[in-house]
Design a protein around this ligand. Structure first.
Ligand code: HEM
Length: 194
Protein backbone atom coordinates (compact mmCIF):
# COMPACT_ATOMS: atom_id res chain seq x y z
CA UNK A 1 0.00 0.00 0.00
CA UNK A 2 1.34 3.41 -0.96
CA UNK A 3 0.24 5.06 2.27
CA UNK A 4 2.22 2.60 4.41
CA UNK A 5 5.33 2.73 2.27
CA UNK A 6 5.53 6.54 2.28
CA UNK A 7 4.86 7.07 5.97
CA UNK A 8 6.61 5.65 9.03
CA UNK A 9 5.33 2.79 11.18
CA UNK A 10 6.57 1.24 14.42
CA UNK A 11 8.30 -1.43 12.27
CA UNK A 12 10.33 0.92 10.09
CA UNK A 13 10.75 4.30 8.41
CA UNK A 14 8.74 4.98 5.24
CA UNK A 15 10.10 6.13 1.89
CA UNK A 16 9.97 9.87 2.68
CA UNK A 17 11.97 9.54 5.92
CA UNK A 18 14.49 7.15 4.35
CA UNK A 19 15.01 9.35 1.28
CA UNK A 20 15.57 12.41 3.47
CA UNK A 21 17.91 10.47 5.78
CA UNK A 22 20.13 8.89 3.11
CA UNK A 23 19.99 11.88 0.76
CA UNK A 24 21.17 14.16 3.57
CA UNK A 25 23.80 11.59 4.59
CA UNK A 26 25.31 11.81 1.07
CA UNK A 27 25.21 15.61 1.14
CA UNK A 28 26.94 15.61 4.55
CA UNK A 29 29.71 13.41 3.12
CA UNK A 30 30.12 16.01 0.37
CA UNK A 31 29.94 18.95 2.81
CA UNK A 32 32.57 17.51 5.16
CA UNK A 33 34.76 16.68 2.15
CA UNK A 34 34.76 20.42 1.37
CA UNK A 35 36.01 21.30 4.87
CA UNK A 36 38.51 18.43 5.09
CA UNK A 37 40.03 19.49 1.78
CA UNK A 38 40.19 23.10 2.90
CA UNK A 39 42.19 21.87 5.93
CA UNK A 40 44.57 19.50 4.12
CA UNK A 41 44.75 20.66 0.50
CA UNK A 42 44.35 24.43 0.66
CA UNK A 43 44.70 26.31 -2.64
CA UNK A 44 44.69 23.24 -4.85
CA UNK A 45 42.30 22.93 -7.81
CA UNK A 46 40.35 20.11 -6.13
CA UNK A 47 39.96 22.14 -2.92
CA UNK A 48 38.78 25.22 -4.84
CA UNK A 49 36.22 23.10 -6.70
CA UNK A 50 34.82 21.49 -3.54
CA UNK A 51 34.93 24.67 -1.43
CA UNK A 52 33.06 26.42 -4.25
CA UNK A 53 30.07 24.19 -3.38
CA UNK A 54 30.18 24.66 0.42
CA UNK A 55 27.59 27.48 0.52
CA UNK A 56 25.15 25.87 -1.92
CA UNK A 57 25.30 22.36 -0.44
CA UNK A 58 25.12 23.85 3.09
CA UNK A 59 22.05 25.86 2.08
CA UNK A 60 20.47 22.71 0.61
CA UNK A 61 21.14 20.82 3.86
CA UNK A 62 19.55 23.67 5.81
CA UNK A 63 16.37 23.53 3.67
CA UNK A 64 16.27 19.73 3.84
CA UNK A 65 16.66 19.58 7.62
CA UNK A 66 13.73 21.97 8.05
CA UNK A 67 11.63 19.75 5.76
CA UNK A 68 12.88 16.65 7.58
CA UNK A 69 12.08 18.12 11.01
CA UNK A 70 8.55 19.04 9.90
CA UNK A 71 8.05 15.57 8.39
CA UNK A 72 9.47 13.90 11.50
CA UNK A 73 7.06 15.83 13.72
CA UNK A 74 4.15 14.75 11.53
CA UNK A 75 5.26 11.11 11.95
CA UNK A 76 6.30 11.24 15.60
CA UNK A 77 3.40 9.16 16.92
CA UNK A 78 4.12 6.14 14.76
CA UNK A 79 7.89 6.01 14.31
CA UNK A 80 10.00 3.05 15.51
CA UNK A 81 10.93 3.26 19.19
CA UNK A 82 14.56 3.16 20.32
CA UNK A 83 15.64 -0.37 21.18
CA UNK A 84 17.79 -1.51 24.10
CA UNK A 85 18.02 -0.69 27.82
CA UNK A 86 16.13 2.40 28.98
CA UNK A 87 19.28 4.45 29.63
CA UNK A 88 20.58 3.72 26.13
CA UNK A 89 17.21 4.57 24.58
CA UNK A 90 17.20 7.87 26.47
CA UNK A 91 20.76 8.61 25.31
CA UNK A 92 19.65 7.88 21.73
CA UNK A 93 16.77 10.37 22.07
CA UNK A 94 19.14 13.04 23.41
CA UNK A 95 21.72 12.27 20.72
CA UNK A 96 19.13 12.62 17.95
CA UNK A 97 17.87 15.88 19.47
CA UNK A 98 21.44 17.25 19.53
CA UNK A 99 21.92 16.17 15.90
CA UNK A 100 18.78 18.03 14.83
CA UNK A 101 19.69 21.16 16.81
CA UNK A 102 23.17 21.27 15.24
CA UNK A 103 21.89 20.45 11.74
CA UNK A 104 19.67 23.55 12.03
CA UNK A 105 22.02 25.88 13.94
CA UNK A 106 25.26 25.25 11.97
CA UNK A 107 23.95 26.33 8.52
CA UNK A 108 21.56 28.96 9.99
CA UNK A 109 24.45 30.88 11.59
CA UNK A 110 26.46 30.75 8.34
CA UNK A 111 23.50 31.90 6.24
CA UNK A 112 22.86 34.79 8.66
CA UNK A 113 26.50 35.80 8.31
CA UNK A 114 26.58 35.43 4.53
CA UNK A 115 23.42 37.52 4.15
CA UNK A 116 24.75 40.30 6.36
CA UNK A 117 28.47 40.62 5.68
CA UNK A 118 28.03 42.97 2.74
CA UNK A 119 29.69 40.60 0.27
CA UNK A 120 26.48 39.14 -1.14
CA UNK A 121 25.25 35.57 -1.02
CA UNK A 122 24.63 33.21 -3.96
CA UNK A 123 23.24 29.69 -4.03
CA UNK A 124 23.87 27.58 -7.17
CA UNK A 125 24.70 30.80 -9.02
CA UNK A 126 21.48 32.56 -7.96
CA UNK A 127 22.16 35.81 -6.13
CA UNK A 128 19.99 35.76 -3.00
CA UNK A 129 21.63 38.82 -1.43
CA UNK A 130 23.39 41.40 -3.60
CA UNK A 131 26.89 42.51 -2.58
CA UNK A 132 27.55 46.08 -1.50
CA UNK A 133 25.28 46.51 1.52
CA UNK A 134 26.69 47.52 4.90
CA UNK A 135 28.00 44.66 7.04
CA UNK A 136 26.10 44.06 10.27
CA UNK A 137 28.63 42.79 12.84
CA UNK A 138 25.99 41.66 15.34
CA UNK A 139 24.64 39.22 12.70
CA UNK A 140 28.02 38.01 11.47
CA UNK A 141 29.70 37.57 14.87
CA UNK A 142 27.76 34.43 15.96
CA UNK A 143 28.97 32.48 12.89
CA UNK A 144 32.51 33.85 13.22
CA UNK A 145 32.52 32.53 16.75
CA UNK A 146 30.62 29.27 16.39
CA UNK A 147 30.04 28.01 12.83
CA UNK A 148 33.35 26.14 12.47
CA UNK A 149 33.39 24.82 16.06
CA UNK A 150 29.77 23.62 15.95
CA UNK A 151 30.34 22.22 12.44
CA UNK A 152 33.13 19.99 13.79
CA UNK A 153 30.96 19.10 16.81
CA UNK A 154 28.27 18.00 14.36
CA UNK A 155 30.88 15.91 12.55
CA UNK A 156 31.79 14.16 15.85
CA UNK A 157 28.12 13.52 16.65
CA UNK A 158 27.51 12.08 13.18
CA UNK A 159 30.51 9.77 13.65
CA UNK A 160 29.04 8.61 16.99
CA UNK A 161 25.63 8.14 15.34
CA UNK A 162 27.15 5.92 12.62
CA UNK A 163 29.11 3.91 15.22
CA UNK A 164 25.97 3.31 17.30
CA UNK A 165 23.90 2.34 14.24
CA UNK A 166 26.57 -0.22 13.28
CA UNK A 167 26.72 -1.50 16.85
CA UNK A 168 22.94 -2.05 16.80
CA UNK A 169 23.13 -3.79 13.41
CA UNK A 170 26.30 -5.85 13.77
CA UNK A 171 26.79 -6.46 17.49
CA UNK A 172 23.40 -6.23 19.13
CA UNK A 173 21.67 -7.40 15.94
CA UNK A 174 18.40 -5.66 16.72
CA UNK A 175 16.06 -3.99 14.22
CA UNK A 176 17.40 -0.43 14.61
CA UNK A 177 19.52 -0.30 11.44
CA UNK A 178 16.95 -2.24 9.41
CA UNK A 179 14.27 0.37 10.27
CA UNK A 180 16.24 2.90 8.21
CA UNK A 181 17.56 0.58 5.47
CA UNK A 182 14.66 -1.70 4.58
CA UNK A 183 11.79 0.30 6.05
CA UNK A 184 8.53 -1.05 7.45
CA UNK A 185 8.34 -4.83 7.77
CA UNK A 186 5.72 -6.66 5.75
CA UNK A 187 3.53 -9.29 7.37
CA UNK A 188 0.92 -9.38 10.11
CA UNK A 189 2.83 -7.04 12.42
CA UNK A 190 3.01 -4.28 9.79
CA UNK A 191 -0.74 -4.54 9.16
CA UNK A 192 -1.48 -3.43 12.68
CA UNK A 193 -2.42 0.21 12.94
CA UNK A 194 -0.11 2.11 15.24
C1 HEM B 1 25.12 21.74 7.51
C2 HEM B 1 25.82 22.55 6.76
C3 HEM B 1 27.22 22.98 7.05
C4 HEM B 1 28.24 22.33 7.69
C5 HEM B 1 28.20 20.93 8.30
C6 HEM B 1 29.39 23.21 7.69
C7 HEM B 1 30.61 22.89 8.28
C8 HEM B 1 31.68 23.76 8.36
C9 HEM B 1 32.88 23.52 9.10
C10 HEM B 1 33.18 22.25 9.90
C11 HEM B 1 33.69 24.58 8.94
C12 HEM B 1 35.05 24.77 9.58
C13 HEM B 1 36.18 24.54 8.58
C14 HEM B 1 37.53 24.77 9.21
O1 HEM B 1 37.71 24.45 10.40
O2 HEM B 1 38.39 25.23 8.48
C15 HEM B 1 32.99 25.52 8.09
C16 HEM B 1 33.49 26.74 7.69
C17 HEM B 1 32.82 27.66 6.94
N1 HEM B 1 31.53 27.54 6.45
FE1 HEM B 1 30.30 25.96 6.72
N2 HEM B 1 29.05 24.35 7.05
C18 HEM B 1 27.74 24.27 6.65
C19 HEM B 1 27.01 25.24 5.98
C20 HEM B 1 27.51 26.47 5.57
C21 HEM B 1 26.76 27.46 4.84
C22 HEM B 1 25.28 27.33 4.45
C23 HEM B 1 27.60 28.49 4.60
C24 HEM B 1 27.35 29.79 3.91
C25 HEM B 1 26.15 30.29 3.70
C26 HEM B 1 28.89 28.16 5.18
C27 HEM B 1 30.01 28.96 5.14
C28 HEM B 1 31.22 28.69 5.76
C29 HEM B 1 32.36 29.58 5.80
C30 HEM B 1 32.45 30.98 5.16
C31 HEM B 1 33.36 28.94 6.55
C32 HEM B 1 34.78 29.48 6.90
C33 HEM B 1 34.69 30.39 8.09
C34 HEM B 1 34.26 29.68 9.37
O3 HEM B 1 34.93 28.71 9.81
O4 HEM B 1 33.24 30.08 9.95
N3 HEM B 1 28.79 26.91 5.76
N4 HEM B 1 31.77 24.99 7.76
Amino acid sequence: MVATSLTDTRTGYGLVSRTLHWGMALLFVWQFTTVFLSAVAEDTAVERFFWGTHYSVGFTLWALVLARGAWGLSQIRHRPRHEGPRLLARAATLGHLALYVLMVVVPSLAILRAANNGRGFSVYGNQLVAPGGAANPSLTAPANLLHGFLGWTLFALIAGHIAMALWHGLVRRDATLRHMTRGPQRGPRSLRSF
